[in-house]
Structures are given as C-alpha cells and as structure tokens.
Ligand binder design. Structure first.
Ligand code: SF4
Length: 317
C-alpha cells in the first residue's frame, strides 16, 4: 500500500544573486512496511526532499511545483496547524545527530511523555505505560528506570533509540531517517539499522532512509533512488540496483565503495556542482566518462531499463 507519494517536486532558494533551483521534478513513493533509500553526495538534494515532506524548510526556500500526498491529502496545501498534527505523530524525523536532539535539562522520560501527551491525548498513567512500552520496543533495558535518566546519562546509540521510541509511541506511519547512524560507531550503527528493520517488519512503518552510504543501502533498503544535483537519476528495487546498476553516476558510486578484497576504490573525477552553477543537458555530463554530444545539450528523460527500474541516461536511447 502506498503511504506517501512525492510527485514532480520542484524547489529553489531565493539567494542574493537571484533564484537558485535545488530540486527538479523529484518523484518517489513510500510503501507500508518498506525502506526506501535516497542516496547521493552531500548537497544533491536528498535532505531537502525529505524536509519538504515535513515542511521544515529554510525561510528562503520556495516550493515552485509538485505535490506530496499523504493518504491522498497534499501536505503542501495543509494549514500549519494541521501539519503540526502530522509532524512528529504520523511522520517523524530521526535526525543525524542524536547528541543534540534531546534537551539536556529534562529527563528523557519527560521529553517522551510530552510528545505522547501532545499527540496521543492520554492521561498521566496511560502515557507512562505507553512510554515504557516504546522503550521496550527499542530495546532500552529497565525501561521504567531509564525514563528517569537525563540525556547525558545515555550513550549515543541509546539517545538515538530514545528518539525512535518517541516516533513509535505516537504510532508514526513514516520514519524519515536522515543519516541516522553517521554520528555513531560501527557496532552501534548495525544495532540501530537492525532496530529499524525490526520496526518496519513488525509495525508496517515505512522508512525513508537518507544516506550517502551505499553499503548501508545494500544491507537494508527495499528500493533505491540515486540523486545527483537535485534530480533523481536512477530508481530501482535494491537487489536489481546492486546487480545491474544502469546510470554512469550510480556505477561510479558503487565502484567508489572500498572493499576488503578489491584493489583501490575508483574515484569520480571532478566535484558535484553547487546549485548556483547552470549546467546544460545532463547535469552529470562534465564528470561522465561516457559523455556524448547530445548529453551537453539535452536533458535525458527517464528510460525504463527493467521492471520498476528507471534511469535518466542517453545510453539507453
Ligand atoms: Fe553520461 Fe550522457 Fe548518460 Fe549523462 S546522459 S550520464 S552524460 S552518458
């Protein structure tokens, strides 16, 4: 079942030198109980795409077109007060840095209870019960005791679990996990990803994973979309993507993953463009090994290259 559909989202920023387009016709959909990964280098637009869903954008950002449909309602047209009921309750964010996401002055339990009371309309006793259940679900031991702890008494991994517990306590249907393991060490990263897998399977929650880490995607995601310079350039089921990547940028990203047995990982020549740079045709053409004349002049459409597998590259013409 489709829970959320982003359709032809266009977004830009009012900058000192005029308007700069940052997202170009971004489209994807989230299915219940599946993990969808948006992958790309820093600045490619993946976080802006996710923040548009929550309508948590910088002041100078302007959405110039598109729809974000959640159960058939376009979130972009909702009044702020309706959006507040959805944000945190139905669609929740797991931020990059759990260290700064909790208020150090209040116990973790107080912060969790506040979220539950705002969104769930439960009395004190029921809210405490719900909070303890949420802590159990995210495998924080001695839940009732731990609710009395302050954030500084939690490790990074436990803070991230507490934030996930807030989303679960409100029965969020979508979790937006923005680089959720970047600030954590490797063992804890694996534990958090296992927890997200468990939540997805047991509760049917959809997860939008924002990451630059293709290895993380390979181990966890069901669907993948690769973004480059504000545009989705390839989408595919994860298995198919890793077996038969199509877009030269995707291939280059995969070849850049270090592996234990392989020789030196390949690097991608050049740098990703910033949003002020105007690049004609395919935006990847200045860095592409396969660039042809047409690539410099025309924007490649999305070609179907497999079942539910699409790639925006003229090599498929
Ligand atoms: Fe490379 Fe051309 Fe394909 Fe762009 S359209 S990725 S420049 S081959």
């Amino acid at each position: 079942m489709t829970v959320l559909e982003v359709k032809n989202l266009n977004l830009g920023f009012n900058c000192e030198n005029g308007f700069c387009q940052a997202l170009y016709d971004v489209s994807f959909s989230l299915e219940a109980g599946k993990m969808y990964a948006l992958v790309g280098e820093s600045g490619c637009g993946k976080t802006m795409s996710a923040m548009s869903i929550l309508r948590l954008l910088p002041k100078n950002a302007v959405i110039t077109g598109g729809e974000i449909c959640f159960h058939g309602k376009d979130l972009l047209k909702l009044p702020q007060k309706d959006m507040q009921k959805i944000r945190g309750a139905k669609i929740a964010l797991i931020p990059q840095d759990p260290m700064t996401s909790l208020n150090p002055l209040y116990t973790v339990g107080d912060q969790l209870l506040e979220v539950i009371k705002i969104h769930q309309n439960l009395d004190g006793k029921q809210a405490i019960q719900k909070a303890a259940e949420a802590f159990d679900m995210v495998q924080i031991p001695c839940a009732a005791e731990r609710l009395k702890s302050y954030p500084h008494e939690f490790s990074g991994g436990m803070k991230q679990r507490a934030i996930i517990a807030m989303a679960l306590a409100c029965n969020a249907e979508i979790l937006i996990a923005d680089e959720p393991t970047t600030a954590l060490d490797v063992t804890i990263q694996a534990q958090i990803m296992r927890l997200l897998q468990k939540i997805k399977t047991e509760t049917g929650t959809s997860i939008l994973l924002i990451t630059h880490d293709l290895a993380l995607v390979g181990e966890n995601a069901d669907e993948v979309a690769v973004m480059y310079s504000g545009k989705i350039v390839e989408t595919a089921p994860a298995d198919e993507f890793f077996q038969t990547p199509n877009h030269p940028y995707s291939t280059a990203l995969l070849n850049a993953i270090p592996s234990v047995k392989s020789e030196k990982p390949e690097t991608i020549q050049g740098h990703p463009p910033n949003i002020r740079q105007k690049i004609s045709g395919c935006k990847f053409h200045p860095r592409c090994k396969h660039c042809m004349e047409i690539c410099k002049k025309e924007v490649p459409p999305m070609y179907t290259v497999g079942e539910n597998h699409y790639s925006s590259c003229f090599l498929n013409k």
